[in-house]
Design a binder for this molecule. Structure first.
Ligand SMILES: *Cc1c(COP(=O)(O)O)cnc(C)c1O
Length: 342
């Protein structure tokens, strides 16, 4: 049983059949009908003018940074955000941007924290701020989903301060499922959004970056520059389209499983981290159990359960397409046994 991430899902037989049958062409020449269909569908779904297929979520976010910011400018983002923690410093290494990190433990930075963090062009010492990045659902904050209203308030403040706003929506559809809203109800507040196809939606790879037509054309230019111009990409884009069309409705099941897991673990006495609006993740602490995260992970693996270490004494478990309710019950038993006798 693999609870490390929702990225571990494998394409279903029917997804493989769709991939095998997909009409394809050279997408650098914009000849791939399956890529074009995915991009059109993603744009419609998010209420944006256009969309671009990218190899990964990291690439989609990097393209947004490259388009919205210029070298030597600065970007406001969450101190716990994926872009800051897990994207290899691409924002500085490749986009030339200086990050200013804001407290986002709750899933969003406080509206009031933005104004003081923005650097203007009026002072010659500063790296002027051009961009604000938000994340929903928020991975390191526990997979928490924030509402359109809460996200909109922060995005609007960003706009008032003259910033572009990019949403890392790797798991935006989990937030949509949690609040029972359409993606466009979030996306209307931001200038661009990145959506992962290969997480809970179950595609083998890819992400889409959505926004205004001019933005997407610039992102296409940068995508080629960083080696992301693919040829017969319809082979994988077709799986992404199927994921986007058919798999959104099943995310609620992952959320029920995560809620069950959180309940079973906390009833068993573990320090499960509280989460405002939980989606498909459960974080818990090993503090006080006398077992280190490395040893715990190894013992669980020997008992047939894979899970993730998210920091010192901090463990993450993620529910997804390939874990059932029975798996959740079995996994909870293994975790509790392992804590009791490591
Ligand atoms: C997974 C993830 C990404 C990046 O996706 P990759 O496809 O792994 O590059 C970006 N942001 C968040 C919040 C993620 O969870």
């Amino acid at each position: 049983m693999d609870f490390r991430s929702d990225t571990v899902t494998r394409p279903t037989e029917s997804m493989r059949a769709v991939m095998a049958a997909a009409p394809v062409g050279d997408d650098v020449y914009r000849d791939d009908p399956s890529v074009a269909e995915l991009e059109r569908y993603a744009a419609d779904l998010t209420g944006t003018e256009a969309a671009l297929f990218a190899c990964s979520g990291t690439m989609g976010n990097l393209l947004a940074l490259l388009v919205h910011g210029r070298r030597g400018e600065s970007v406001l983002l969450g101190a716990q955000s994926h872009i800051y923690h897990y994207e290899v410093g691409g924002l500085s290494a490749l986009a030339g941007l200086l990050p200013y990190a804001l407290d986002d433990e709750s899933g969003l930075p406080e509206v009031a924290s933005l104004a003081g963090a923005v650097r203007g062009r009026d002072n010659v010492h500063f790296a002027p701020t051009s961009l604000l990045c938000l994340e929903n659902t928020h991975n390191r904050a526990g997979g928490v989903a924030v509402s359109p209203k809460a996200l909109g308030a922060v995005a609007e403040e960003g706009h008032c301060l003259g910033l572009k706003v990019h949403l890392d929506g790797a798991r935006l559809f989990n937030a949509c499922a949690a609040f029972g809203v359409e993606a466009r109800e979030y996306v209307r507040f931001v200038d661009s959004v990145q959506l992962c196809l290969s997480k809970g939606l179950g595609a083998p790879m890819g992400s889409v970056l959505c926004g205004p037509r001019g933005f997407v054309e610039e992102a296409r230019h940068w995508r080629k520059c960083i080696g992301g111009g693919l040829r017969q990409a319809g082979v994988v884009a077709s799986a992404g389209l199927m994921a986007l069309r058919d798999m959104r409705s099943r995310l609620a099941e992952d959320h029920e499983n995560a809620a069950l897991l959180a309940r079973l673990l906390s009833e068993g006495g573990l320090a499960v981290e509280p989460c405002g609006v939980r989606t498909n993740m459960v974080y818990f602490r090993l503090s006080g159990t006398g077992v280190s995260e490395g040893a715990f992970q190894k013992r669980c693996e020997e008992r047939g359960l894979q899970l993730g270490v998210a920091g010192p004494e901090r463990i993450r478990m993620v529910t997804h397409l390939d874990v059932s309710r029975q798996d959740v019950e079995a996994a909870a038993r293994i975790v509790l046994e392992t804590v009791a006798c490591p």
